[in-house]
Design a protein around this ligand. Sequence first.
Ligand code: ZN
Length: 101
Amino acid sequence: MKPQTNKEVDYVIKWMSLGHCARGPKWCEKCKEAAKLKKFYILQVDYGPGEGARPTIEIIKDKKRNFVYYNVIKGFESKSEAEEYANKRGFNLLKNTTVED
Ligand SMILES: [Zn+2]
């Protein structure tokens, strides 16, 4: 079987903190700590079917709102750094996501 070569890979930059686990800061002390560390993260959007226990992000794709899984690529202190990193690697960054500028 040939791997899917034309599979879409999208990326977004989000100002966020990485959760610690699926329980979230309401229920987990370590999540509460993790929530304080916010960065600009480059995330690879994962459209695959999930197992339900992973965190999701909201993205806007084709003018539709989607909740998708993601893989964290890297965190940055500034948005411009993140954009530079993504551009250098030719990442397809989704526009008009709910990233707060
Ligand atoms: Zn946790």
